[in-house]
Design a protein. Sequence first.
Lengths: 422, 238
Amino acid sequence: MSTLIQQNKINDLINHPGIGFESARNSAKEIFNKQGMPALKAEEYKFTSITKKLDSFLTNSLQAKAFEVSVDRVKSSVFEGFEGDVLVFSNGVYQPSVSDKIKELSISSISAAADCPIGSIAKPEKDIFCALNQASFQDGVFISIPDKVKLERPVLFLFLNEVSDAQVIQPRIWIESGDFSEVTFIEQTVQLNDSPTFVNKVIEIKGGINTHLHHYRLQNEGKNYIEVSNIETDLLKDSTFNSVVISLSGDMLRNNLTINILGSNSEGNMYGLYLLNGKSHVDNHTNVDHTVPHSESNELYKGIMADYSRGVFNGKIFVRQDAQKTNAFQQNNNILLSENAVVNTKPQLEIWADDVKCSHGCTTGQLDEEALFYLQARGIGKLQAKGLLLYAFAGEVLEHIGDDPFKKYCTQLVENRLGSKF
Amino acid sequence: MRGINLEVKAGEVHAIMGPNGSGKSTLASVLAGREEYKVTEGEVLFNGKNLLEYSPEVRAREGIFLAFQYPVEIPGVSSTNFLRTAVNQVREYRGLEALDAVKFLTLMKEKMKLVEIDKKLLSRSLNEGFSGGEKKRNEIFQMAMLDPKLSILDETDSGLDIDALKIVSNGVNQLKTKDNATILVTHYQRLLDYIVPDYVHVLYKGRIVKSGSKELALELEDRGYDWIKEAVDSEATV
């Protein structure tokens, strides 16, 4: 029954699509109408009851409209120490007028890039939220990186959100790269008020040959913030894709990350840190598909959960029959600080090739009491000793952030959190 | 533990010996404040204060130092940061001003010489990948940095080759003053060739069953613990 109500609200949403891409929107709508929102027991959303959450949360099906953003607002929102170029999104809609012009790249609203094959990488049939976004997003951004462009400064996606009442925000980003290029993208979200917000984000990234793209995301939102995101990238040969996701706060966050390795000698790296308290719920679903020989993936997700929070990790690794000499490593480590905190972790490896190195491991435990006593026995107060140990645990993920100002900013946030009562 | 009576005065070195399972390490842990142990009776007076009322960190700041039998490896915590935090928390408690980076490094260099510890070790995570001997040296190095009033060395000699034993002992001897005291918990007399105790106590079944001078240690080395065990056990059956 509740699914039906949900469906009606959402139906209404997809009946008000944004500009352009009529056929892509129609096919996505068809998929959405056929499959509907994830059922309670749906395997992919087993531990993250997103349908139930949205049902109680969405009082209407309004898609948030862009609001006017001033240059000052942009300046005051960008994280401290940032040095780079900013692309601004107002309630998910790209705002060229207040965004930086980046002369090395070709950037436009996605509606102005009519030939952009949206949904060809993040396919609507793979995840229902991809379908929902594709059917009904307002307007996004199209970024094209020419050959041989190495940007020294990162590009910041600044998502400014201000909704009045439980509205839906659907950013859509398409990035395509020529050969021999390297760019860093950082995602930061700023909530301008406390209204319940649901963000359904899709980022598609089409790599070139020998391209090196880095994507860093910080999730530090309010207790009324729900997000589902799908990032999917196709890697051609000799390329790397690095992803680091730092999740510190929010109501329910679901991150789907998929790396398709389509060329040899390529590498996908996925790192995540989730520090949760209150009733925060963070779910990282990763998927790496090794389809050709000689490729590598490295994955490390670490979580610290306090209070009634919940962490979910699901890591899929496919090694296709042709993908000989694959190296795939996956690790998920968790510390539970409260009896009421929960973690669900599930490695999922499907290996069809016979000459590969794959490993996975997960651990869940409490803080190491022996280490804590050791620090205390040297005169370090218990609270600070705990902070030191937790920071040591978390630091292993932060190390992988390649942009120094962003690393410093995230490190500071993590230190503040761990130095306090948590 | 079944009742320990022990008085250690400033300037003294006491050795606590005894067979496996006699309670030597338990005693060391209880003094340092390990939470798994509950003291049902008695008190531990340290400069007139009842130690048992304090958390492990306050005991450390008061001047108790436990050199661990098995120092813990803590990946991700840098040795230097850890020590600076510890030293400054102890100093703050003692009403001394915090050491800035320069003063701290100067102090570190000075104390590193005592136990001939390589500065490369200290650029690593705390005890991570240290050999057994390096860990024990690091314990004595930390002791030197924290300047305790009572040091309890729990089996610090175990796992040390003769050269390392000499270095560690030499460090301990140099740190000895008329104002501090040391309790050596050990299995073997060997350590006592290098750190000469004023008193030797034998712990058995949770009690001190025999005390004497350093000659007692030699006698134990010679005769083993059986004669003491027999004496205690026959007394108990009477």
